[in-house]
Design a protein. Structure first.
Length: 196
């Protein structure tokens, strides 16, 4: 029987209409996300290279400028932590590996605080209420900043989440990891970072 045959049952016709309406709805929602909710900007911001005049994050090089708003208010400048080793972690609430490694960084902050270690999180383009809820649920006490535009994340070349930078007391990037840290992995890296 031909697909457009009048002998199709009413159930099959209703299913075809429902499927067509569902695809139309998906199309409308995609267009709305791309143009009205910032989806296109998010996609484009992750694919655009940093401008050539902007320093980018490379191992063995001074850390780029990082000045961002703190979750809950205020601002933070990475330069204010010069003289202290820093773990700088780019993350998002929707990132499962980020969620898994947050307790690793919290433990490191508690364990190595007396040796000057600073842990800073940088959330990628989310809003304070969802960030605060996430951090409270996980039990994170270290400061978290928000990269609302994605420009800082791009400048630091954090191409995947989580991405973590280990910065020495002189402000030089000593290590970069894309992917989640475990306690053992981080302790091995910190043994060297804390003695530099």
């Amino acid at each position: 029987m031909a697909p457009d045959s009048p002998a199709l049952s009413p159930t099959i016709r209703r299913l075809r209409v429902a499927r067509a309406l569902l695809w139309a709805l998906v199309g409308v929602m995609t267009v709305a996300w791309l143009f009205y909710a910032g989806g296109l900007d998010s996609i484009m911001s992750m694919t655009r290279p940093a401008p050539p005049s902007v320093a980018t994050a490379d191992i063995g090089q001074p850390a780029p400028i990082l000045q961002l708003p703190l979750v809950g208010g205020g601002e933070m400048d990475l330069a204010s932590y010069r003289g202290r080793p820093v773990i700088l972690n780019f993350w998002a609430t929707w990132c499962d590996p980020c969620r898994a490694e947050m307790p690793v960084f919290e433990r490191a902050q508690q364990q190595y605080r007396d040796q000057g270690l600073v842990v800073l999180g940088v959330d990628f383009q989310e809003h304070d209420p969802e960030i605060v809820a996430f951090l409270g649920e996980i039990g994170v006490t270290f400061p978290s900043l928000v990269d609302r535009t994605g420009e800082t994340t791009r400048q630091w070349r954090a191409t995947g989440l989580p991405t973590t930078f280990l910065i020495d007391r002189q402000g030089v990037i000593q290590d970069v990891r894309v992917g989640a840290f475990t306690d053992e992995m981080l302790d091995g890296k910190l043994a060297k970072l804390l003695t530099q």
